[in-house]
Design a protein around this ligand. Sequence first.
Ligand code: HEC
Length: 170
Amino acid sequence: MEKRLKTLLFLLVSGWVVGCHPHSTNNNHSMMNNNAATNNATSSSSAAAVPANPMDDKGIGPVKSVELGPIQPELVKKGEQLFNEQCTACHRIDSRYIGPALKGVTKRQSPEWIMNMILNPDVMIQQDPIAKQLVSESNGAVMANLHLSEDQARALLEYFRSIDDTISSK
Ligand code: HEC
């Protein structure tokens, strides 16, 4: 964070120096135009981006709809095991690590989105507005594609559901 701030400051200062260079009147103009273009691009892409209700975002990937019933303990157990084997390199349940804390994820994102994020992270972080935002919140670290099956992703979803239900019933 502090590093990014320093980089930003550096860019601002060096931009200022270029802008004040006596021979750079034209450059200065084109710089301003560039800035305007960048701002437009940013605002139009974010306008088309994150849906008002994140639960409306099903993500991009193989999972189009998930039927959720009562929590299935067998599936939870399978999901927990997978989580401990494959995900703890980057995730904790209760706190941010390389990636976001996963507590509460089923309240933030739709079940389809969660499974698509697990199964198809490469495309999600390029194209899905919520996933793109998470990348910037993770200082550019990206979610790994662990090439899991749909059944494994479903078990992980069940594990996250079980955690979030525990919390809400406390
Ligand atoms: C190499 C590190 C890494 C591994 C391994 C990893 N993730 Fe992630 N994950 C991330 C990062 C970083 C993000 C935030 C999005 C981004 O920057 O790509 C993320 C985002 C997520 C999200 C969205 C979180 C939210 O708040 O909406 C879910 C769900 C998720 N990961 C699940 C998993 C599961 C399940 C596994 C194991 C199968 C896993 N991840 C393995 C790094 C990782």
